[in-house]
Ligand binder design. Structure first.
Ligand code: NAD
Length: 325
């Protein structure tokens, strides 16, 4: 008998590293494939001692060939924060297109179940609220964020084509904003930015008037949802996220308070095409998978702030952090 084997592309990133941990704990052989475009070895270093964990440096947009039997391919490789995909537009489009194609080909060859990490960004600046899976979205293909949103929409179409035309067992996840330990302090997403600024006593920069909302999910809850999707026969698309919706200003104030910071709140211009509202309708995940996020947001924020405090050597020297993270 052999262990079940899972390939996790983007496994050295924020979400990927938590997935590697979970699948190892569940008894899988884990093949973590990453080119370290935005991920770091430090995220998975603690897993290296396991002989069921393999770290493979490869660009999945170029090729993805692995020997042996595989039961699942989780395709998580992609720049994910606006700062990253705006500076890496071509890499983002390539990993959503060529990378997804290569990952699907691998799943087809191995007879493995394939799970695509798609995103709530496929809904764009939504005209329907909250967003159910049946909503087709409101995306500007030629706006700056189009490189990410359209890459993921294309990846969804490709995944569906492999299911329909080749019979590959696939699932599409539409992941909403998720946070937790191992986010990079300079990745530009609101929560790590606010925490870094609060801990350093710098102004906490809220864009626009801060009334725009996001719904934020703690990483452990998301990982549980992904695990359930993999072990179901559900093809999706399926929303995974926490419907707890909060304005950016309220989030900044909350983080400031939890971090015991006396930072001031500073208002900066809103990025182009920044969505005004965002909240998942998770009825499908609740009814089909019995999944619902359990971690109170305040607990999740406390864990994340504590992790940033414990790892301050990675980022308090901002010059070092910007080059090494
Ligand atoms: P991340 O940047 O921390 O991780 C992405 C990983 O993919 C990194 O380790 C990076 O080095 C790797 N990668 C990128 N291009 C690659 C390539 N061509 N070949 C091999 N590896 C490559 O981002 P994350 O937040 O962990 O996001 C992971 C996935 O989940 C992404 O696909 C993202 O679109 C999706 N997602 C994340 C969120 C969220 O809130 N974190 C929300 C929606 C969707």
């Amino acid at each position: 008998m052999r262990w079940p084997a899972v390939v996790i592309t983007g496994g050295a990133g924020f979400l990927g590293s938590h997935l590697c941990e979970r699948f190892l704990a569940e008894g899988y052989d884990v093949y973590c494939v990453d080119n370290f475009l935005t991920g770091v070895v430090a995220n998975v270093e603690h897993l290296m001692a396991s002989d069921r964990f393999r770290l493979i440096r490869a660009d999945v947009s170029q090729h993805l060939v692995l020997p042996g039997a595989m039961d699942a391919v989780l395709h998580f490789a992609s720049p994910a924060s606006p700062t990253d995909y705006l500076r890496l537009p071509i890499d983002t489009l390539r990993v959503g297109s060529n990378g997804t194609f290569n990952a699907l080909e691998l799943a087809k060859e191995k007879g493995a179940r394939f799970v695509l990490a798609s995103t709530s960004e496929t809904y764009g600046d939504p005209l329907v609220h909250p967003q159910p899976e049946t909503y087709w979205g409101n995306v500007n293909p030629v706006g700056p964020r189009g490189v990410y949103d359209e890459a993921k929409r294309f990846a969804e179409a490709m995944t569906t084509a492999f299911r329909r035309a080749c019979g590959v067992d696939t699932a599409i996840l539409r992941i909403f904003n998720t946070f937790g330990p191992r986010m990079r302090p300079f990745d530009g997403r609101a929560i790590p930015t606010f925490i870094r600024q609060a801990l350093l006593g710098e102004p906490i920069t809220v864009s626009g008037d801060g009334t725009q909302t996001r719904s934020i999910c703690y990483v452990d809850d998301l990982v549980e949802g992904i695990f359930r999707v993999l072990n179901s026969d559900f093809s999706g698309p399926i929303n995974l996220g926490n419907p707890h919706e909060i304005s950016m200003l309220a989030l900044a104030q909350w983080i400031k308070e939890l971090a015991g910071s006396d930072s001031e709140i500073a208002f900066v211009p809103r990025p182009e095409d920044d969505p005004k509202i965002r909240r998942p309708d998770i009825t499908l995940a609740q009814t089909r998978l019995g999944w619902t996020p359990k971690t109170p947001i305040e607990d999740g924020l406390r864990y994340t702030i504590a992790w940033f405090q414990e790892h301050s050597q990675l980022w308090t020297d901002s010059k070092l952090a910007r080059t090494s993270l």
